[in-house]
Design a protein around this ligand. Structure first.
Ligand code: R7I
Ligand code: MG
Ligand code: MG
Ligand code: MG
Length: 317
C-alpha cells in the first residue's frame, strides 16, 4: 500500500473532471474517431464539465465539511445534490435524476423520491457511480469505501444495480488510491478484491469478462461491445474499469481509451480518469489540459481540504 499523498488526492479529483469534460462532446456517439479526440485535446477552449463533475463537487464538499466518514449525512447530501441540479439544470443530467431532484426540492423525502422513477423500480443508471470517487478519500478500508459509495447513491438510485455501481466505483477508487504507482498493478488481484466488495452475480460476471479483456489487450471498441457503453451502471462501470486496467500507469491513455468506447463517453471517462488519477497523481496530467478545466480552482481547493482529512494522516505534499 502506498501513502495517500496530496498529489493522489488531487489526481483523483482532476482525473475525473478531465474525463468528464473531455468526453462530454462525444457523449452519445456510437464510436469516437481518434483524430476528433486529438483535435479536442489541442483546442484552446475552456473544458466545460457536465452533471458528473457537478455532483462530484457536491459530494466532495459534503465530505470536506464533515471531516468524519461516519458522518456521511445522506439526508443532507440528498438536498445538496438536488440544489446543485436546481442551480445548473443545463449540465446534461439523465432523464430520471431531474425528476427525483424536483421531488426532493419540493419537500418529498429522498426515500420516496428515489423510488418514483422508472415505474417504481428506481434508477439503475450510472449517476450514483459517476460522482462517487471522493468517498475513497475518507474511507478507511475497502469495505468502508463500498459501503459509503452505496449509501451516497441511495438518494437518487434505489435500484440495486445503480447502488452496486456506486459501491464498485468507490471500492475501485479506494484500491487505485492506495496502489503504489512505482510497482506494476496486479490486475487480477484488483478485480478479485472488487469482487469481495461487490457481492452480486451480474457484477462478478462483468469482472470475469474484464479480466479476460485486459489480459488480451482488447481495444476500446471491442470492450464497448463486450461490456457495454450505455448509461446503465452495469453497462458502463466495468467498461471504465477496463479502460483503467488496460493503461493503469498512464492517466491520459486511460481517458483516451475510455472516451473511445463511445456511448456514455463523458461518464465512462470520468470514472476511469478518477481511478487512473488516484493511482498516478495529478503531477502526471497535462498542465495544458488541467488549466482549461472549468472547475480546476474549486478542485484544487477541495483537494487541499480532503488531503488534510483525519482519515489521511499520512498525507505529504
Ligand atoms: O443515472 P443518471 O443520473 O444518469 C447519468 C447519465 C450520465 O451519462 C450523465 O453524463 C448524464 O448524461 O446522465 O440518470 P437516470 O436517468 O436515472 O439513468 C440514466 C439512464 O439509464 C436513463 O435515462 C435510462 O435510459 C436508463 N435507466 C433505466 N431504464 C429503464 N428502467 C436507468 N434506470 C432504468 C430503469 O429502471
Ligand atoms: Mg454527464
Ligand atoms: Mg446525458
Ligand atoms: Mg454521461
Amino acid at each position: 500500500f502506498a501513502a495517500v499523498t496530496h498529489d493522489k488526492v488531487l489526481g483523483l479529483l482532476l482525473g475525473g473532471a478531465l474525463g468528464d469534460a473531455l468526453g462530454a462532446p462525444f457523449e452519445g456517439r456510437p464510436s469516437v474517431d481518434a483524430a476528433d479526440l486529438a483535435a479536442e485535446e489541442r483546442a484552446p477552449s475552456r473544458l466545460v464539465h457536465t452533471d458528473d463533475t457537478a455532483l462530484t463537487l457536491a459530494l466532495a464538499e459534503h465530505l470536506a465539511q464533515r471531516r468524519d466518514a461516519e458522518r456521511l449525512d445522506v439526508d443532507a447530501l440528498a438536498l445538496e445534490f438536488a440544489r446543485a441540479w436546481r442551480a445548473e439544470p443545463w449540465r446534461g443530467y439523465g432523464s430520471g435524476t431531474p425528476h427525483v431532484f424536483g421531488l426532493i426540492n419540493a419537500g418529498v423525502p429522498w426515500t420516496e423520491a428515489s423510488r418514483a422513477t422508472f415505474q417504481g423500480q428506481g434508477s439503475y443508471g450510472n449517476g450514483a457511480a459517476m460522482r462517487v470517487a471522493p468517498v475513497a478519500l475518507v474511507a478507511d478500508s475497502l469495505h468502508h469505501a463500498a459501503e459509503l459509495g452505496q449509501r451516497s447513491g441511495e438518494p437518487t438510485h434505489s435500484h440495486k444495480h445503480g447502488q452496486h455501481g456506486a459501491a464498485c466505483q468507490a471500492a475501485a477508487a479506494y484500491l487505485a488510491l492506495h496502489s503504489d504507482p512505482a510497482h506494476p498493478l496486479d490486475r487480477t488481484r484488483f478485480l478479485q478484491d472488487l469482487a469481495r466488495a461487490v457481492r452480486s452475480r451480474p457484477w462478478h460476471e462483468k469482472f470475469d469478462r474484464a479480466t479476460e479483456l485486459t489480459r488480451n489487450g482488447a481495444g476500446p471498441k471491442h470492450t464497448a461491445h463486450a461490456l457495454g457503453n450505455d448509461a446503465s451502471a452495469l453497462g458502463s462501470v466495468p467498461t471504465a474499469l477496463t479502460a483503467f486496467l488496460t493503461h493503469p500507469d498512464d492517466t491520459t491513455q486511460t481517458i483516451r481509451y475510455a472516451i473511445q468506447t463511445g456511448g456514455d463517453a463523458d461518464t465512462i471517462a470520468a470514472m476511469a480518469g478518477a481511478l487512473a488519477g488516484a493511482r498516478n497523481g495529478a503531477s502526471t496530467l497535462s498542465r495544458g489540459l488541467i488549466s482549461r478545466l472549468e472547475a480546476a480552482d474549486q478542485l484544487h481547493h477541495l483537494a487541499d481540504q480532503l488531503a488534510g482529512h483525519p482519515r489521511n494522516p499520512t498525507v505529504t505534499s
